[in-house]
Ligand binder design. Sequence first.
Ligand SMILES: [Zn+2]
Length: 294
Amino acid sequence: MRSRVIFGIDDICPQKSADAGKDFGGDLQAGILGQLLDLRQDFPRIKVTLFITPNYSYKAQPRYFSTFQKILKKPFGKRFAASIAKKLPDGNFQLGKHPEFCNFLKMQEKKGIFSLELHGFDHFNPWLYYPQEFTELSLEKCNERIEKAVALFRKAGFQKPKVFAPPGWGLSGNLLEALRNNGIPRIAGSVDNSSSVSKDSFSKGSGLQCVSALFPQEANGLLNIPRNWDLRFGKLEKATQILQAGGILGVQAHAAEEGVENAITPENLLNLKNVLASLEKDFGNLRFAHFKEI
Ligand SMILES: [Zn+2]
C-alpha cells in the first residue's frame, strides 16, 4: 500500500479578515481556502479535511474565569459563569447566515479536494475552559450540542459529518458516547508532538494519549485517527520515520493564529510542500486521503 497522508485543519468557520483581522475561511478564494486550493499545483491529488465549527462564537473569556476557577467549579459558580456567557455575542458565524461560504465549500467538496467535518458546535465552554467546549458537560448536554451541530451542517447543505475533532482537545466519556449516539464513528482525537516516532509510539500530546501515534485505533467504540505532524514545526525526519514505520502521516493545522502557531500561512504551507516533495522522492507518489476514508 502506498504511503498515506491526511491533512486536517481545525477552526474553519465563516469569520473573515474584515471581521476581526483574522481569516478563518470567510475570505474564500482570497484567503486561506485559496492558499489550500493552490496546493493542487504541486500535488494534484491532495485532500484536505476541514473541521468546521458550525456556530463558532468568539467570546473573550473574562479574566475572573481563570482567577476564580476554584469557585466556579462549585454549583453556584457554574450558574454565575453561565449567566455571564449568555450576555456575550453569539452566533455571528453560524453557517446558515453565510450562504456564500457554504456554497464555496460545497462546490470544492464536489471536486474532491475538501471534505467537511465537525469541530464542535460553538467552540465555547461557558463553565471553565474557553476552547474546551465539551469538558465537564453531562451526557445530555453533549448530546444536545452534537445534535444541534449536525442539524446546522445539514441545514447548510453539507453531508452528515463522519469525523469529529474535539475543540481544545477536550475529550470526555460523555462526549464519546454522544458521538456514538449521533452516528459519528471517527474522531481526530490525539495529537503527537514528539520529535521522533517508532511503530509502537503512543500519542504524546493533547487529546487521547492511550492510542497509537501512527495508526488508527479503536477508542471507546470510535475509531481514533492520529494527528502526528505539525504544519509549522514538523520536520522531514519525523515524517520519514512515520512513513517508514507504515504509519499515517497526519498533518495538523489550524485556520488562524488564535492561541495557536500552526495556522494556514504561506510560510507554514511551504514547510509542508517541501517535506511532501522530499517524501515523494523517497517513497514514490503519496496517497492522500480524507479522514473519513481511513
Ligand atoms: Zn479549535
